[in-house]
Design a binder for this molecule. Structure first.
Ligand code: FAD
Length: 398
């Protein structure tokens, strides 16, 4: 580490921000370390929000106990947003009108849910990203009978499972041909649709939402593009998320094009082209095995990037290892796991299909680039070494 780094400011007190702070302390950084977050809650875990927390199985989502922060001399500043950066003066402007100086700035501001413009502001319509979103949704669940989930991505599918556990009538609406189509393709999407249908969920694919139907100041249904209307007293809009970068727009910090998913452009260690500025987690567009800079919106990625970034910031040499991307999604009693990069595949082969258990191999020019399994933990994980070798080869060629 350059000896001039005495103040590290991490903006975004989520998983990636916290893990970066932890890794810096673990790596021996002894200077000032501030973790700034705009939520009024200490860093918490998001995966349970659509699963265990939503089902009421747990209220505990904290990533670390309160004493962890003073014990590691991490200054946790909550309820204050960064609103801009002066990269020449190395100052971050805050929503309370003050500025915070830094020697190294780590951007870890994550995502915000995409919204559908022009929807009426009525009760019963929810998004899910934050703990506050989850608390509002869970409270509403108690009085709801019929839910429509707009968007069959991971979060939409997980919510469908949690809502069914609560006894609700559930319909998923998805304009793509299957659930999880963009992430995993039609073959696995069809197996996921079958799973939800077996659990009593109505899966309406190939048709989008046109508008909301309202009664007074509450939602009462969803009108679809084909003219049909689904009754609903609870609607969740789960159509993806956008990186939180508006506060960086005039800063000169390079951002990826919106068409490429946006985010903060970095090198392979999370460093931007602006001196002293780094980015990590969902908001960060790191170089990717697809050959482009790309954001990865998954839990494991945030921790892996934090480790690489902290080591680079501290000047610790590390072997350049190819990460094998990993994501899991719990739906009903099943764990769906994705290891590798399905987006690289030119062929998908379902190698086992036993109803609630399945396994698929994703290949490119005959080489394995991803494995997707439902309740096939051993078989998915066994492919890690082969995937690492193939993705390394791909990265070298790319
Ligand atoms: P975030 O967790 O979004 O943290 C960013 C923080 O920065 C937030 O607290 C935000 O409020 C704050 N912030 C934003 N702007 C500012 C500002 N200007 N100033 C100060 N603070 C700011 N991944 C999986 O692999 N498996 C799963 O099963 C899974 N389930 C999920 C379920 C849900 C409901 C959600 C929402 C996500 C899930 N994920 C899952 C994804 C995983 O949680 C994310 O990849 C992870 O949270 C990314 O962490 P992050 O720190 O980059 O971003």
């Amino acid at each position: 580490m350059s000896s001039s780094v005495e103040r590290v400011l991490i903006v975004g007190a989520g998983l990636a921000g916290l893990r970066t702070a932890e890794e810096l302390r673990r790596g021996g950084y002894a200077g000032q370390l501030t973790l700034l977050g705009d939520e009024n809650r200490a860093p918490y875990d998001r995966p349970p929000l659509s699963k265990q927390y939503m089902r009421g199985d747990t209220d505990d989502t904290a990533l670390r106990p309160a004493e962890f922060y003073p014990e590691h001399d991490i200054r946790l500043r909550l309820g204050v947003a960064a609103t801009g950066v002066d990269t020449a003066a190395r100052q971050v402007h805050l929503s309370d009108g003050t500025d915070l100086g830094y020697d190294a700035l780590v951007i870890a501001t994550g995502l915000r849910p995409r919204r559908i413009p022009g929807l009426p502001d009525v009760s019963g319509v929810h998004v899910l990203r934050s703990h506050a979103d989850a608390a509002a949704l869970r409270e509403h669940l108690g009085n709801a009978r019929r839910a429509v989930i707009v968007g069959a991505g991971f979060i939409g599918c997980e919510l469908a499972a949690s809502f069914r556990a609560g006894g609700l009538d559930v319909t998923i609406v998805e304009p793509q041909p299957t659930p999880l189509f963009a992430a995993l393709g039609a073959e696995i999407g069809a197996l996921v649709a079958r799973l939800h249908e077996a659990e009593g969920v109505t899966v309406r694919c190939g048709v989008g939402m046109e508008s909301l139907v309202t009664e007074g100041d509450s939602v009462s249904g969803v009108r679809l593009a084909d003219g049909s209307v689904l009754d609903a007293d609870l609607v969740v809009i789960g159509i993806g998320s956008l990186p939180v970068t508006a506060w960086l727009e005039d800063s000169g910090i390079p951002l990826a094009e919106r068409a490429d998913g946006g985010g903060v452009l970095t090198d392979r260690t999370g460093q931007t082209s602006v001196p002293g500025v780094w980015a990590v987690g969902d908001v960060a567009a790191w170089p990717h095995a697809t050959g482009r800079n790309k954001r990865v919106e998954h839990w494991t990625n945030a921790g892996e990037q934090a480790q690489i970034l902290a080591a680079a910031l501290l000047g610790i040499d590390q072997a350049a290892e190819v990460q094998v991307p990993y994501v899991w999604s719990d739906q009903y009693d099943m764990k769906i796991q994705v290891l590798g990069l399905p987006a690289l595949a030119d062929e998908i082969v379902v190698v086992e299909d036993k109803g609630r258990k399945f396994l698929a191999h994703y290949r490119r020019a005959g080489e394995l680039v991803a494995v997707v399994g439902a309740s096939m933990v051993g078989k998915v994980m066994k492919a890690r070494a082969e995937l690492a070798a193939n993705l390394q080869q791909h990265a070298n060629i790319g």
